[in-house]
Design a binder for this molecule. Sequence first.
Ligand code: ZN
Ligand code: ZN
Length: 619
Amino acid sequence: MNSKQLSFNTFFPHSHFTFSTSTSVQEYSKPHILKKCIALLLTCASSKFKLKQIHAFSVRHGVPLSSPDMGKHLIFIIVSLSGPMSYAHQIFSQIQDPNIFTWNTMIRGYAESESPRPAIDIYKKMHVSSIEPDTHTYPFLLKAIAKLLAVREGEKVHSIAIRNGYESLVFVQNTLVHMYAACGQAESAHKLFELMPEKNLVTWNSVINGFALNGRPNEALTLYREMGLEDVEPDGFTMVSLLSACVELGALALGRRAHVYMLKVGLSENLHAANALLDFYAKCGSIREAQKVFDEMGEKSVVSWTSLIVGLAVNGFGNEALKLFKRMEKLGLVPTEITFVGVLYACSHCGMVDEGFAYFKRMKEEFGIVPKIEHYGCMVDLLGRAGLVKKAFEFVQSMPLRPNAVVWRTLLGACTIHGHLALGEVARAQLLQLEPKHSGDYVLLSNLYASEQRWSEVQKVRRTMLREGVKKTPGYSLVELGNCVHEFVMGDRSHFQSEEIYAMLAEMTKLLKLEGYMPHTSNVLADIEEEEKETALSYHSEKIAIAFMLINTPPGTPIRVVKNLRVCADCHFAIKLISKVFVREIVVRDRSRFHHFKEGSCSCRDYWNSGLHESHGTC
Ligand code: ZN
Ligand code: ZN
């Protein structure tokens, strides 16, 4: 193939482009043209268009792209412009003796691309070619490893970095901390962090983010405080990690303080940080504050719109979520697959079956989004909630994807609520294969039998559960008061205000009974709970948490609880009445969804038994 025949349309992805190697470097007799090409290349770092022109120029003058100098610059420019790595690789493979700069550029290019795996292969090849890595090799290589979550590779690179004496460099250490944190090794990241004599903002961010991402919010907050003590000023990245730790703990007041700080230093203008803030308020059940952040954002991205749509939907404001979606459409913004999870969820919550199906269709046909298991889950929930259990089952059977446990659990939940035993058993049989030891499924099944008053079956489920050693996860509830997040477990008496709390619980029961509350017996469905059954002496953690907040906050203050399990039927009923009797808005975020209790009713419309929400990671 003659290089002059090349079309520049083939420069971009999916090209099957090869370039001429017929002219070797030695043969090329016009070094001034080569120099000119390189000089031109160096000026075009900001324009793909210009790169094409220079490429054309060099081809016209027969400059071999494989000359180490030309190749080196060309690869560098492609990588800097996030051009196709396949093209960079083709040039790379033609260069006879690429220098360390070129090797590093290739590793960097792959590390920053969507498929970083070849970065490791190139590093290995480099080793085989006896090229010693330098300080610039490690940060990008480790970045690729972090993306691939290849912690074993990371450990190997770590030990080589030690051997080569690069471990002590701050930026190498930072990428090591980041790599361990990203791979879920928060301990290793922290250990390394502690040993670092010199820490900069990136270091702090890496380790705080590591803890925040790996389910260790308390450690993330502690480190954030330490960072303040060492006079390191947080930036947008720090705030994103901090807010995600606050979400996990339901620490609304702390997040609000972060918000004030962001306003003060101008970080609220930072799009990522503002999106994190919006998301934080939505996930802490304070949807009005989320709305306010959204309204005040100077610049909004699709992520901002999506966060608020999903936030409104899961907080029980389905209609508002759909309205917002329509506004988004009008502005010509392109919704993502997550936006549609929110939209479908909103339809489900509002009982809008036809609209839900219409959106599902549009998502596929108009926006070309291939539905994921989450979208199918939403559709099953949509049908199940509307009482169309049989249709839901047919839908599951017609899915092109293999239904996962969440889909079957959603169906089982619908069967339980609408009393459809035969289909419930089918769903249960599937769940038994997919996740045999999921305690929640035993609860759903036993509730299903209980709803049909088949008590011997209920007993059988209970016995199987004991025999199989299915462990119930201990329940706990978190509430934030002042600067602290207080954690309560069932029957908790460890709190210093324990006496007052139990007096309040007794008072609550007394007042609720006047409103028609019958503890534990009012709901036959509650025969097996997700956690141990309450007794008069041993209350579920959310009730204890609410009693604690009733004592310690002024009348009318909303109460927010984060619970790790699903709220049981008894507590759900009790909290509805508490919201009325004590005139308090109570928001409970449990494992499956949000419950906004107000004036005796709940935003979930008493439909909370399905497990749908678990897979979305939105709460
Ligand atoms: Zn309960
Ligand atoms: Zn509810």
